[in-house]
Ligand binder design. Structure first.
Ligand code: G
Ligand code: G
Ligand code: MN
Ligand code: NA
Length: 250
């Protein structure tokens, strides 16, 4: 497979980079965290988004060394931010399933000299869909070590609610598809309020993804939202541009 070979070479040659998108607290208006998003600096195709290569990396197992690189690099980057800024890293089911995943996470934190309390691992519910017992044990172990676990893209899967019963997620990230209709359909506001209330009742933090307009921001704020992410504040940006974001209000 040509793309697979290209990905291996890219990893060996250091052609991957991480961009960061802020997580914003609506109470104080501060950036409380940064989500690392992988990019591939391709010689001809420019900056390539993970949507086009993560699935193949997962199929081929390359996601394991690639994900390890992501964690190590992201922890090193986070070490250069103020200590109140947390780091969110996306993790695939294929990474979690791999023996040695938890050790790799702890080693990355240790090498960068940042505490486990600064790291949030974002997973979609597919991590609980497969290999249930092993994955659950690994997740519990990470949580006991002080790492927080977020459910990403909440509400898009078959059994989002069921998974909330199976694992004590620290945060749910409400998928951006719920934001799109907010200024058009009344039900959208009702659903948003219900999802935010669900988190509040369960004692789980919530964040709404994909805020692109002022109107959406005001709508989610009115629905009880405390933490947001989206292009309105910033798209994912290179590390060098995070420092200006962190020293200015978003
Ligand atoms: O940036 P883009 O919208 O193309 O991201 C597509 C998907 O890739 C998102 O669902 C995101 O969670 C995932 N993704 C981004 N960076 C990483 C990463 O470092 N590791 C894994 N496993 N997935 C990532
Ligand atoms: O699945 P996950 O939530 O990890 O996906 C993150 C991806 O979503 C990133 O690649 C990022 O570019 C994209 N994203 C972030 N904010 C917005 C937004 O406000 N609007 C849209 N359409 N995409 C966004
Ligand atoms: Mn994410
Ligand atoms: Na998401």
């Amino acid at each position: 497979h040509a793309l697979e070979r290209e990905l291996r070479e890219a990893l060996a040659q250091g052609a991957f980079e991480l961009h960061y998108q802020p997580l914003v607290d609506l109470g104080g208006g501060r950036i409380t965290g940064m989500e690392a998003l992988l990019r591939w600096r391709h010689p001809e195709r420019g900056l390539v988004s993970p949507g086009t290569f993560i699935p193949l990396a997962e199929e081929t197992g390359l996601i394991v060394p690639l994900g390890r690189w992501v964690l190590e690099q992201a922890c090193r980057d986070a070490a250069t931010w103020p200590a109140h800024v947390s780091l969110a890293v996306n993790v695939s089911a294929a990474q979690l399933r791999h023996r040695g995943f938890a050790e790799g996470v702890l080693a990355a934190l240790e090498a960068a000299g940042i505490g486990p309390g600064r790291l949030e691992l974002e997973m979609t519910e597919t991590v609980l869909l497969e290999d249930t017992e092993t994955n659950l044990e690994t997740l519990h172990g990470l949580r006991r070590a002080g790492i927080r676990i977020s459910m990403d893209d909440f509400g898009t899967g078959y059994s989002s609610l069921g998974y909330l019963r199976r694992f004590p997620f620290d945060k749910i990230k409400i998928d951006r598809s719920f934001v799109r209709d907010l200024d058009r359909a009344a039900e959208a506001g009702m659903i948003m309020r219900t999802l935010l209330g669900l988190g509040a009742n369960l004692g789980i933090a919530t964040l709404v993804e994909g805020i692109e307009t002022r109107a959406q921001l005001e709508a989610v704020r009115a629905a009880g939202c405390r933490q947001v992410q989206g292009y309105l504040f910033s798209p994912p940006r290179p590390l060098t541009e995070t420092y200006a974001m962190l020293s200015e209000p978003p």
